[in-house]
Write a protein that binds this ligand. Structure first.
Ligand SMILES: Cc1cc2nc3c(=O)[nH]c(=O)nc-3n(C[C@H](O)[C@H](O)[C@H](O)COP(=O)(O)OP(=O)(O)OC[C@H]3O[C@@H](n4cnc5c(N)ncnc54)[C@H](O)[C@@H]3O)c2cc1C
Length: 381
């Protein structure tokens, strides 16, 4: 029994499920071939009010930023479908929302948010650079003030939605002498001269998500595209990490749950040596262990969602949820592949795709090692 959701959250869940079943599931192969989700599905999501939940109603949003459970429901359903869907959707609608709602000026909100909510203005966030992602404070992209503009030079890599985004939140160094306190955030808009993208990156999993390199060569960004305060970019990013991490944790666990449920059924149906493979003691115990792990983890994640809704989730508890769910998810999916035998290795089976898609959850958005580093520091070590 999970007790955190109310009927209005479950109603949103039904809408999200129907959206996925009707507009995403039947076209999966098309998205894989295109190495991207096409804009029309996001426009449809926008039409159904599924992109702007954290945006105030006056800008066309759902106005429920105060209740993170709505966003968590979307993350659960998208996550249960695929890592790629959850990440592309989540970067735009969940991770980028506080940057564009809380750190912006009234003029910026008027300029961007209505089209953000409809899906006409698709967004990405560029922190990671070819020289490193874990050590964010060491980023090398620069932005130098020149009159009413900032001149941006550098590059970003592995950027989700990077190829198709109309607006990218870019972290750049504005003061070389100040380390982490010399970083600022800018909205770089598509079509700005000098802003180009590389190819869609060829990944081991998630072929349908658009992941790209971004290049900035003397890109003149208007001063009114600075997001938040000059020199506070690193702090802004740290402030919004709990939401990014709990969003990742929700999606991680949702996929593990979903594939585990399918695998349990498979082990009941599939026979070897005259009996269902799930009834061999080894497999029965394995499934019992995995189910226990998923349910216990769900209790922790649910508490984190409740805490975030109440504004009490700490960055350290969010880090615990993120690394642990990534670990559990990878363990569950690997076992599910094994239980499917050779079929588990076939792309036509969802379990194999999910396993390959999920390998990166231990790496991105702060690797498991970095999460443990943060937790260790909190322990006074
Ligand atoms: C598919 C995909 C999508 C992504 N989407 C985005 C996005 O939208 N926006 C964005 O900005 N980034 C994105 N990333 C980048 C991602 O966040 C980084 O890959 C991640 O932060 C790790 O950075 P790195 O790849 O440079 O590895 P590195 O920082 O070079 O780390 C390499 C290894 O060293 C370990 N390591 C580093 N420091 C320590 C330490 N102090 N202690 C112990 N071990 C350590 C790491 O854990 C890792 O195992 C994405 C990546 C992928 C693969």
């Amino acid at each position: 029994m999970r007790s955190l959701y109310e009927p209005e959250h479950e109603a949103l869940r039904d809408t999200v499920r129907e959206f996925i079943d009707r507009h995403v599931r039947p076209r999966e192969e098309e998205f894989i071939a295109a190495k991207a989700f096409p804009r029309d599905i996001w426009l449809e999501a926008g039409k159904q009010g599924l992109l702007g939940l954290q945006v105030p109603e006056e800008y066309g949003g759902g106005g429920v930023a105060h209740d993170y459970r709505f966003s968590a429901v979307v993350g659960e359903e998208a996550g249960a479908f695929s890592v790629a869907l959850a990440s592309c959707w989540g970067i735009h609608a969940d991770i980028n929302a506080p940057y564009l709602v809380k750190l912006t000026t009234e003029e910026q909100r008027q300029r961007w948010l209505p089209r953000y909510c409809t899906g006409e203005l698709w967004t990405a966030i560029g922190m990671t650079e070819p020289s490193g992602g874990s050590d964010l404070a060491a980023l090398k992209t620069t932005a130098v003030r020149d009159g009413d503009e900032w001149v941006v030079n550098g590059s970003k890599t592995f950027i989700t939605n990077g190829y198709s985004a109309d607006l990218v939140i870019v972290a750049a160094r504005t003061d070389a002498s100040k380390g982490a306190r010399g970083i600022s955030l800018f909205a770089v808009e598509a079509g700005t001269p000098g802003f180009t993208r590389g190819r869609k990156l060829d990944k081991v999993g998630q072929p349908e998500s658009d992941t790209a390199e971004l290049f900035f060569e003397n890109v003149r960004v208007p001063a009114e595209n600075l997001i938040g305060q000059e020199g506070q970019g690193f702090i802004h990013m740290m402030q919004h990490l709990p939401q990014e991490r709990i969003g990742a944790a929700v999606a991680n666990l949702a996929l593990a749950r979903s594939v585990l449920a399918e695998t349990l059924q498979y082990t009941k149906d599939r026979k070897a040596f005259g009996q269902s493979i799930g009834t061999f003691q080894h497999n029965k115990f394995l499934l019992a262990e995995l189910t226990t792990k998923v349910e216990v983890t769900q209790a922790y994640v649910d508490q984190c969602v409740v805490a975030h809704t109440a504004g009490r989730l700490t960055a350290v508890d969010a880090a615990k949820a993120k690394w642990w769910t990534a670990q559990v998810q990878n363990e569950v999916l690997d076992a599910c592949v094994q239980l499917h035998g050779g079929y588990g290795f076939m792309r036509e089976y969802r379990v194999g795709r999910a396993w390959a898609d999920a390998r990166v959850t231990r790496i991105w958005a702060g690797s498991n090692e970095i999460m443990k580093e943060l937790i260790g520091r909190d322990l006074g070590l």
